[in-house]
Design a protein around this ligand. Sequence first.
Ligand code: FES
Length: 261
Amino acid sequence: MSVKAKKKSPTTTKVKEEREVPKVKLIPVYVMGKRYEVPEGLTLMKAMEYAGYKFIRGCGCRGGTCGACGTVYRKPGDYKLQVALACQKTVEPDMYITQIPFFPANRAQYEFAELTSAPEQVFKLYPELFRCVACNACTKACPQGIQVMDAISALKQGNIAQAARLSFECIQCGLCTSRCFGELAQYHMFQLARRIYGARILPRAEHLAEMVKAVNEGKYDDILGELKHMNKDELEKLYQEREEEPVTAGEDWKPKDKTYL
Ligand code: FES
């Protein structure tokens, strides 16, 4: 006896699809004092958007790298005002969320070409550096886990290289400054330290100089000309068939075809 397959009606499929939608748990949060129910697991930024707020500033990369979204929040029953990146921190029940208004932070003006590696120049551009009372509030506020106070101490000692290394992960969000009693703009100071470190202290990369020389001497003019005349399909084929550098390759890895090295 043949069993005729029962045809699913569109209505049955729709009901099934509806049933498969995962249930989202909503949790209460307070944005600017108003209560909203938002899905658990959202970042503060997405929760605010879910609640109807639109970011026209204080939002950039959404990936924790641009530093635009410094936010403050408070947990119920906790006196402490916490800081975080709104695009990284996830909501917790009954959290009070608000955005930080713009706060002025001194950013020194300078002609970088005129600066040397002498720390006195940093002292002159940022004399407030010596207002640091080593309270460490800056370090506690840093969403990147940077030892901000240690980097400031290094700068005070004239150790630009150490300040640059310690602050390498800085994304310029300014949350350190928002907590500083001395009104230091640590992130601007660190940016200057990293610029001086990169341009005046680190030794020049010899291989880079060689490559720049080769480019200037026209070593790659022909291949560049060829590429410019290829159509989209040819370019795609070339790209698909390229020899990829293995993930585990060491510093001395070289492609089999060395024509363009
Ligand atoms: S939006 Fe760029 S760090 Fe949050």
